[in-house]
Design a binder for this molecule. Structure first.
Ligand code: PMP
Length: 305
C-alpha cells in the first residue's frame, strides 16, 4: 500500500504518497485509539461522485466525539479533503479512507499533550469479496468471538481498536473455510459481520437487527430507504442465528461489501443457495443509486470536480 504514486491528504496538505508516514511511537499505533471511515466514490454520468459523503463525515465526527478526540478541522474541510483525495489521484472509482489519530508527542493512557492528526487516502478497490460473491453469494460462519458489548467498547464509534474483534472473527471464519463471519451480540442475538450489517428476508419481509451493538451502517440506512421506496416491508428486531438458517434470503451490507448475498451459514444452505430475488432487487437499486443510473437522491452523490 505504501509504495505507490499518488497523493494523500495529510493535516491540511496533499503530500506525496510515499512520504505520508508517521513515527513508530505514534500513540494510536500503540493503543488503538483512533477513528476512521470507509467511503466509496463511483463513476456516474455526471463524473466521479462520492456516495453519502456528508453521512460519512458526520459519523467520523460522532466517532471522534464518542472517543473524546477533537478533530482540528471542520466538517466542510474534511468533505473538501475527501473530494481532493479522489480528484488529485485522478480516480474514476475509489475507496476512501479518512482516519483521525493521535501523534507521537507522548506515550501513556492519559493521552495528554498529543496532536490529533487526520489523513484521507483514496485508491481503486473493486468488489470487496470479488465480483462472483456479488452474484452467487458467500459462505458465512457464526463466530465464536462475540461482538463488542455496548459498555465495553463503544459500538456507535467506528474506532480503530474495535477492529481487533472483527479481525479475530474474520480470521476464524476464513480458517474454517468460510468467506465471512457472523458475530452475535453479548446476549447471543445476531449482530453483524466483521465489517458489514446483516439482513434476512422471510416471506417477502426484510429483517435486520436494531443498531444496539452493531455499527450504524450508512449502507444499512440506504437499504432501509430503498426498501421503503420499493414498497418492501422492513422490520428492525432481535434476530436469532436459527432465524438466519431458515431465512429465504440473507445478505450483508457495507460501503466495502456493498450488497453481498449470503448463500450458506454454518454449513446450511440459505434459501435457494444463491442470490435471492429480494436481495437482487435491492442490490440493483443500490448500484443504480451509487452510480447515478437513477435521478433519485442527488444529494447523496457529491461530485469530486
Ligand atoms: N459494521 C461494521 C463493523 C463495519 O466495519 C462496517 C463498515 N463500515 C459496517 C457495519 C457497514 O457500515 P457502512 O455501511 O457505513 O459502511
Amino acid at each position: 500500500m505504501a509504495d505507490r504514486d499518488g497523493v494523500i491528504w495529510y493535516d491540511g496538505k496533499l503530500v506525496e504518497w510515499r512520504s505520508a508516514t508517521t513515527h513508530v511511537l505514534t500513540h494510536t499505533l500503540h493503543y488503538g485509539m483512533g477513528v476512521f471511515e470507509g467511503v466509496r466514490a463511483y463513476n456516474t454520468p455526471q463524473g466521479t461522485a462520492i456516495f453519502r459523503l456528508q453521512a460519512h463525515t458526520d459519523r467520523l465526527f460522532d466517532s471522534a466525539h464518542i472517543m473524546g478526540m477533537k478533530i482540528p478541522f471542520t466538517k466542510d474541510e474534511i468533505n473538501e479533503a475527501t473530494r481532493a483525495a479522489v480528484r488529485e489521484n485522478n480516480l474514476e472509482t475509489a475507496y476512501i479512507r479518512p482516519m483521525v489519530f493521535y501523534g507521537s508527542e507522548a506515550m501513556g493512557l492519559r493521552a495528554t499533550g498529543l496532536k490529533t492528526q487526520v489523513i484521507v487516502g483514496a485508491w481503486h478497490w473493486g468488489a470487496y469479496m470479488g465480483e462472483e460473491a456479488l452474484q452467487k453469494g458467500i459462505k458465512v460462519r457464526t463466530s465464536s468471538f462475540t461482538r463488542h458489548h455496548v459498555n465495553i467498547s463503544m459500538t456507535r464509534a467506528k474506532a480503530n481498536g474495535n477492529y481487533i474483534n472483527s479481525m479475530l472473527a474474520l480470521q476464524e471464519a476464513i480458517s474454517g473455510g468460510a468467506d465471512e463471519a457472523m458475530l452475535l451480540d453479548p446476549e447471543g442475538y445476531v449482530a453483524e459481520g466483521s465489517g458489514e450489517n446483516i439482513f434476512l428476508v422471510k416471506n417477502g419481509v426484510v429483517y435486520t437487527p436494531e443498531v444496539t451493538s452493531c455499527l450504524n451502517g450508512i449502507t444499512r440506512d440506504t437499504i432501509l430507504t430503498l426498501a421503503a421506496e420499493l414498497g418492501i416491508q422492513v422490520v428492525e428486531k432481535r434476530i436469532t442465528r436459527d432465524e438466519v438458517y431458515i431465512a429465504d434470503e440473507a445478505f450483508f451490507t457495507g460501503t466495502a461489501a456493498e450488497v453481498t448475498p449470503i448463500r450458506e451459514v454454518d454449513g446450511r444452505q440459505i434459501g435457494i443457495g444463491s442470490r435471492g430475488p429480494v436481495t437482487e432487487k435491492l442490490q440493483k437499486a443500490y448500484f443504480d443509486l451509487v452510480t447515478g443510473q437513477t435521478d433519485a437522491h442527488p444529494e447523496w452523490r457529491t461530485l469530486v470536480k
